[in-house]
Design a protein around this ligand. Structure first.
Ligand SMILES: Cc1ncc(COP(=O)(O)O)c(C=O)c1O
Length: 484
């Protein structure tokens, strides 16, 4: 069935002019090597070698070009990182200028201008004036790992013995905070995390505010956000022992873009405060405009003690992350050299100058380019184009906050019966959409869109239109295969 709105095809919109494929021999060599030597993240490699391989050779604007000379609209911002598009002249120039001066120098010891300037700009834009210190790292996982270790050590270095006993982390079911062992410990997606349980520290998990499949069997608005009561329960289970609450603000992203009410976050933050614990807000996915404001926690009026930023921080160009901390936390690490209150943590590429230069250029674009206004308008446009999905018989739920979108496919809307994993419904829809020039990524049966904030209205229409048609065709095929 064609999408219930008109949209211009990829061929009309892409910026590559007359795109050419890679020379055949070069493409064949790369594809063979790709199959033979790469082990790809979050990928069942047995599936991968049987599927169409795609090698991206160029990026421009909101588009990528593959080895076949096929333009692909980057509907997931290259895993939610790209903010202003690919090869943005201002960011390219900033990185090139930095490359002309210094590619890398460690932050252990000396500083460099880009790290200093970016830290000042991040502090100036933080969602709370209390966040005054910036500790760099290079991925979302490390940003969270650092926040967790900082919180733990903060309490260990308190003068009162009772405070030094705080060593429990409260987290949420369905949480995703990254793949290093500390961030996995505070995660709550059993598919990703369950196997590693013996390697992890124990965290107290509270109910996920997951409205479509409410674990409490309740529904909005009558539920009174009853799931927040479970956060209270988690704290009460460890009186005086909780070091911090760790939370993804407004959207549990990797669990399937589970959008939840502001009030849940506000209440959870209040509970953490009332129990004297720290609040760690993981803005790795939601930061830099994705939910319509610079930081998602602003919308719930929540001020964290530690804030984790990554993904979009370097415009989606280079690996960079930052953990922002309050002065009170920073102060707890000060002392005589021989007291060893130092935060013994750092990575070789912490605060890399090229990445910081990209980050500075990106923030300037936020100032000059009305990026947040565009992000809000884009969210509205996506909302309009997603409306027809809600009426489709195989769509159970359409969730959106800003430009973060999750479309959950189900076999039966009434019972919310999921597709069997072997049907690979999400993967099949995404593969079909790619044939029509759109790159998306599934999270199981959830189709995810999370485009660059620079996406145009025409591109938003193409993204939603192609995805609709791919979803309709694949679910129809599956009705036949599964007997629907
Ligand atoms: C909320 C959140 N935290 C942390 C991470 C981990 O970030 P990275 O993949 O850069 O390690 C992610 C990644 O998707 C995320 O969504």
């Amino acid at each position: 069935m064609p999408a219930p709105f008109a949209f211009r095809p990829a061929a009309d919109l892409h910026p590559f002019g007359d795109p050419r494929p890679l020379p055949e021999a070069e493409a064949a060599r790369l594809l063979e090597l790709d199959r033979r030597v790469l082990w790809k993240p979050f990928t069942q490699m047995r599936d991968y070698v049987g599927e169409e391989q795609v090698v991206i050779v160029e990026g421009r604007g909101n588009w990528l070009l593959d080895h076949r000379g096929r333009p692909l609209l980057d509907g997931v911002s290259s895993l939610w990182v790209n903010v202003h598009g690919h090869r943005v002249p201002e960011v390219d120039a900033a990185v090139a200028a930095q490359l002309g001066r210094l590619a890398h120098s460690t932050l252990l010891g000396p500083s460099h201008p880009a790290a200093i300037e970016l830290a000042a700009e991040l502090v100036a834009r933080a969602p709370s004036p209390r966040l005054s210190r910036v500790f760099y790292s290079d991925s979302g996982s490390t940003a969270v790992e650092i926040a967790v270790k900082m919180a733990f050590q903060y309490w260990k270095q308190q003068p009162r013995e009772s405070d030094r006993a705080r060593d429990v982390f409260v987290t949420l079911d369905n949480a995703y905070h990254g793949d290093t062992l500390g961030s996995v410990s505070v995660g709550g997606i059993s598919l990703f995390h369950g196997l590693y349980a013996p390697l992890l520290f124990r965290a107290e998990r509270a109910t996920s505010p997951s409205c479509y499949r409410c674990p409490l069997g309740r529904s909005l608005p009558g539920c009174g956000i009853a799931c927040a009561d479970d956060v209270e329960r988690a704290f009460a289970a460890h009186p005086g022992r909780v070091a911090a609450l760790v939370v993804e603000p407004l959207v549990q992203g990797a669990a399937g873009i589970l959008v939840y009410p502001d009030e849940f976050l506000a209440r959870a933050a209040r509970i953490a405060r009332d129990h004297g614990a720290l609040l760690i807000v993981d803005e790795v996915a939601t930061g830099f405009g994705r939910t319509g404001t610079m930081w998602a926690c602003e919308q719930a009026g929540v001020e964290p003690d530690l804030l984790c930023a990554a993904k979009g921080i370097g415009a989606g160009y280079l690996p960079l992350a930052a953990t922002l901390a309050t002065e009170a936390i920073y102060d707890a690490f000060l002392g005589a050299h021989e007291d060893f209150r130092t935060f013994f943590h750092g990575h070789s590429f912490t605060g890399n100058p090229l990445a910081c230069a990209a980050g500075l250029a990106s923030l300037r674009l936020f100032d000059e380019g009305r990026v947040l206004e565009r992000a809000r308008a884009l969210g509205g446009r996506l909302g309009e184009r997603l409306a027809p999905f809600r009426d489709h018989p195989r769509v159970g739920d359409v969730r959106r906050r800003g430009v973060m979108v999750g479309i959950e496919l189900v076999r039966d809307r009434g019972t919310k019966e999921p597709y069997p994993p072997a049907a690979k419904v999400g993967q099949r829809v995404v593969a079909r959409a790619r044939e029509a020039g759109v790159l998306a990524r599934p999270l199981g049966p959830v189709l995810v869109l999370n485009p660059p904030l620079s996406l145009t209205d025409d591109e938003a229409d193409l993204l939603c239109g192609v995805l609709y048609e791919a979803m309709d065709a694949v679910t129809l095929e599956l009705d036949g295969e599964l007997g629907g």
